[in-house]
Design a protein around this ligand. Structure first.
Ligand SMILES: CC(C)(COP(=O)(O)OP(=O)(O)OC[C@H]1O[C@@H](n2cnc3c(N)ncnc32)[C@H](O)[C@@H]1OP(=O)(O)O)[C@@H](O)C(=O)NCCC(=O)NCCS
Length: 184
């Protein structure tokens, strides 16, 4: 991504990571540890602001190397979440999406819009063939998103996630480029 932002509408955009986001990012993590940590294993590893800074630095490197594409969701110029291709398999033209949103911004469709924008970029600009979303079976809020966006449910993998001292089943979803172009 050469531009700094992918615009969604006048209030909403996806910005590439910058080291300057560290303070805000860490403040969100610190304030919302329980809510975010329930489904995001990296939250407990983020203990001090420097951890957020290191995360941003590594995101910039991975973005530049094309292994990942991390972006931050800005609503009214304020960092409210993140959406990313957390894994990019260039050879097979496959990427996996991950996302989170600040607790008080939920329920406004922000993540759905952010997903649609990243998917459009992935299929149209990166020429991906397949985009995946993998979600813990118990994360009902998150399961709404791939279903709403027309992803196909491919199955359940048993106990493929382990964190917070517990195994979780995962629901596997995918969308293919041809399916996206048929509907967009
Ligand atoms: C999962 C998570 C991102 C969902 O956030 P969200 O706000 O519910 O998701 P959206 O932004 O797509 O909003 C969807 C809701 O907004 C409503 N909505 C309002 N306006 C909308 C619009 N223009 N377009 C789409 N949905 C809209 C929808 O009806 C939907 O409500 P519902 O949940 O009652 O069905 C959020 O709960 C989160 O970050 N959780 C913690 C981290 C996490 O679990 N990450 C995912 C790991 S796989």
């Amino acid at each position: 991504m050469t531009r700094k932002s992918l615009f969604i509408n006048k209030n909403l955009e996806l910005r590439l990571p910058e080291k300057e986001f560290a303070k805000t990012l860490f403040q969100i993590i610190e304030d919302q540890r329980e809510y975010l940590g329930k489904w995001l294993p990296w939250v407990e590893k983020n203990k001090i602001e420097k951890d957020s800074l290191e995360f941003l630095k590594s995101s910039i490197l991975f973005n530049n190397g094309g292994q990942k594409l991390t972006t931050f969701i800005f609503f009214n110029q304020e960092l409210v979440g993140s959406i990313a291709f957390v894994k990019i398999d260039k050879r097979n033209k496959v990427a996996e999406i991950g996302y989170w949103l600040s607790k008080n911004q939920q329920g406004n469709g922000i993540v759905s819009l952010a997903c649609q924008r990243l998917i459009k970029y992935g299929f149209e600009k990166m020429n991906l063939n397949r985009i995946e979303i993998n979600i813990a079976s118990e994360n009902s809020k998150s399961l709404v998103i791939p279903n709403k966006l027309g992803f196909i449910h491919e199955g359940t993998t048993r106990e493929s996630l382990y964190f917070n001292d517990k195994f979780y089943d995962e629901e596997k979803y995918s969308l293919l480029q041809k399916e996206w172009f048929k509907n967009n």
